[in-house]
Structures are given as structure tokens and as C-alpha cells.
Design a binder for this molecule. Structure first.
Ligand SMILES: [Zn+2]
Ligand SMILES: [Zn+2]
Ligand SMILES: [Zn+2]
Length: 365
């Protein structure tokens, strides 16, 4: 195979041009730089050509770009989508008006609603959220309609795709923070947050790989006040085993000191090289100075996000707290490609601020 270098970062790639990582970054930056007038123009184009959202091309990208990088109201998009019976992606309905929401609810509550449509409509309703949707989902959980027998999971699990759900007493709970920060590959770093730092003299007892702090966050920094973490949180993980284990749990104290809750040993082989570890340790990422739109992670550029709404690679997965057994709140997502080349997948980090526990799990395509 012929070898080329990315025209931006000089990384070796199999084609002439710009690597995937650099082009997603440029795409993000171009959306971030849109002026108010340009935004309005894009919004109008999306509304006029809403059918094309299903082609996964320009209109889909523009919608996602606006959703992720600009906190603008998208109620008109929801209206246009409903008129054309378009239910995917559910986030089209993020800002749906009460009228639009009621129309979808009335379609959904038809006993003969086709299961496929019902499934998509539940995702739309989950994205729009609010008391009325909570009420409808709770009712469907209690008294299922005929079409629900063709779906694998109930409405409460659909809610989780939009990062909310029901606790063990049946009350609606938000499973994410509305505040979001990112760690971006420019600037000089920021003392308040680092990712992928090596832990001195600490090796995984399972595979022998050197342990890392996947994140080090200074909870005393004002930007992190929404996380309710006091002290400096340094979250340990084996970068090799965490890609294979189900969920890793960590406990932290009032000062941020973390202890890994031991997994059963499974004798993993170590696939993370010394060069990968060095790359992670030296990677310079800078925490954004101000908070970002909460859907920042869904924009398509792989960056580390702290808070906000997670962009899942697979289905949404909110693990239960090992102490109180309630679902944990999404805390941060670390795409491994932000730390070293050739890495795939994302580590999702959740926590229970009440019990001071953390759960981490890996997803990839
Ligand atoms: Zn590149
Ligand atoms: Zn390991
Ligand atoms: Zn808990």
C-alpha cells in the first residue's frame, strides 16, 4: 500500500490529503467560527431541506454541528421534521414545543403504532424531555401497549439514550450535567486538568502494564464546581485491562484520593506498548476556559469532554453505583485517540457524588 503523510500533522496515512483526526478538528473549528448570520442561514437551510438529514451528509452534519457547537434553539427544526414524519435522529426534537411533543405522544399512544416508528418516537420524546414525557414513559412502563412486545427494552431505557432515567423509587432523574468542558489539543495545558498521566511505580497486577491516571482534575477549580468533587481527583486505571473488563469501579474520598476497587483477575495480555504510554504521558491537552454547549461531544470531533451529554458509540450505558445501587451520573468521556495514535474506542466515566464512587467502561465500534 502506498504511504502518504497527512498534510496537516504529517502522520502516515494510506491516502493523499488530510487525516481523519485533522479533518474532524477543522470541521469543528469551522462550525465554532460561524457568525450569527451564518448560523441563521444554516438553520434555514436545515429546515428547508430537512428530509436530507437521513442521508447522513451535509444537512445531517450541519444539524449536528449546530447542536454540538452552538446553544441555539432548534424548535423550528423539530416542527419541520414532524411535518415530514422524520423521527431520526431523536435530537432533532431537543427543543420541540409542547404542541409538537403532544402530536408525537398522540401518535405513539395508538395501540397499532408500528414498533419501528414507536421506537424512534420514544427517542424523540426522550430528547425533548420534560414532565409530560416522564408521565407518558412511566405510564407505558406500568401499562405497556401492544407494540411494546416487539421492542427489546422499555421506555425507561429509551430515556437513558438522552441521559435521564428513573431511580429505584420511580422518580425521574437527570443522568448528566448541563455544564460541559472539553480538553482540546491546543494551548499550553492547564493545571486544573490532565489526562493519561503515568503513575509512578504502579503496575497492573493483572497484565503488568503501567497504570495511568486517566484524568487528574482539580475539584477546587471553579470550572469543576458542578461536579461536587473536593480536592484533586486522580482516577487510576490500567489502560490495557479497562478495554476488556466490564466496568472498573473506583472509590474517592473528600480529598480526591482514589482507590481502585479490585476486579477479579482474568490474566490479560498487555497490548499497550511503552511508546503508547510515553505518548499518553506527554500529550498536552488544554481545558477550555469557559463552559461549552452540553451536546459538545456529539459534534463528531473526538475530544475529551467533562460533564455535558455523552455521545455513545454503542447503546447508552449508565452503570449502577456499587454502594447505593442507583444509576451513576455521566462524568467524562475520554476517546483513546486523543491520548495516543492507533487507539480506538472511548472510556466513559460516571460517578455517584453521594457515595463518592466512580464507574468506568470502554466502548468501541
Ligand atoms: Zn493529520
Ligand atoms: Zn492491566
Ligand atoms: Zn451511590
Amino acid at each position: 500500500m502506498s504511504r502518504y503523510q497527512c498534510e496537516r500533522c504529517q502522520m502516515e496515512i494510506g491516502f493523499q490529503g488530510v487525516c481523519w483526526k485533522c479533518s474532524s478538528r477543522e470541521k469543528r473549528e469551522s462550525y465554532e467560527q460561524l457568525t450569527t448570520d451564518q448560523l441563521q442561514l444554516k438553520l434555514q437551510t436545515i429546515i428547508e431541506r430537512i428530509e436530507e438529514v437521513e442521508k447522513w451528509k451535509e444537512i445531517y452534519d450541519d444539524f449536528n454541528g449546530l447542536l454540538a457547537y452552538h446553544d441555539i434553539n432548534l424548535a423550528e427544526v423539530a416542527e419541520a421534521a414532524l411535518q415530514k414524519n422524520i423521527y431520526y435522529p431523536g435530537t432533532l426534537y431537543r427543543d420541540a414545543t409542547k404542541v409538537v411533543q403532544e402530536e408525537i405522544i398522540s401518535r405513539l399512544l395508538q395501540p397499532d403504532c408500528p414498533s419501528q416508528d414507536a421506537s424512534s418516537m420514544m427517542l424523540c420524546l426522550a430528547a425533548s424531555g420534560g414532565d409530560r414525557v416522564v408521565e407518558v414513559f412511566a405510564q407505558l412502563e406500568k401499562e405497556p401497549l401492544p407494540w411494546q412486545s416487539n421492542l427489546y427494552v422499555g421506555p425507561a431505557i429509551y430515556a437513558q439514550e438522552s441521559s435521564w432515567g428513573f431511580n429505584r423509587s420511580g422518580q425521574a432523574v437527570q443522568l448528566h450535567y448541563d455544564t460541559c468542558f472539553a480538553m482540546l489539543p491546543d494551548g499550553d495545558g492547564d493545571a486544573a486538568a490532565a489526562a493519561g498521566r503515568l503513575r509512578q511505580d504502579d503496575y497492573c497486577s493483572d497484565c503488568g502494564c503501567q497504570m495511568i491516571d486517566i484524568l487528574r482534575l482539580d475539584g477546587r477549580d471553579d470550572r469543576f464546581s458542578f461536579l461536587n468533587v473536593t480536592g484533586v481527583l486522580a482516577i487510576p486505571v490500567c489502560p490495557n485491562c479497562c478495554m476488556m473488563h466490564e466496568t472498573n469501579y473506583v472509590r474517592y474520598d473528600a480529598y480526591g484520593n482514589c482507590t481502585l476497587m479490585k476486579q477479579e483477575s482474568s490474566g490479560e495480555k498487555n497490548y499497550v506498548s511503552a511508546a503508547d504510554l510515553q505518548a499518553m504521558d506527554q500529550m498536552k491537552l488544554t481545558l477550555t476556559a469557559t463552559s461549552l454547549p452540553k451536546y459538545y461531544a456529539c459534534g463528531g470531533d473526538e475530544v475529551i469532554t467533562i460533564g455535558g451529554v455523552p455521545e455513545w458509540i454503542q447503546d447508552a450505558q449508565f452503570d449502577s453505583c456499587p454502594d447505593c445501587e442507583e444509576r451513576m451520573t455521566f462524568f467524562a468521556a475520554v476517546p483513546w485517540s486523543t491520548l495516543y495514535d492507533s487507539a480506538e474506542g472511548t472510556l466513559y466515566i460516571e460517578h455517584c457524588p453521594n457515595c463518592r464512587t466512580i464507574g468506568m467502561h470502554h466502548q468501541q465500534t
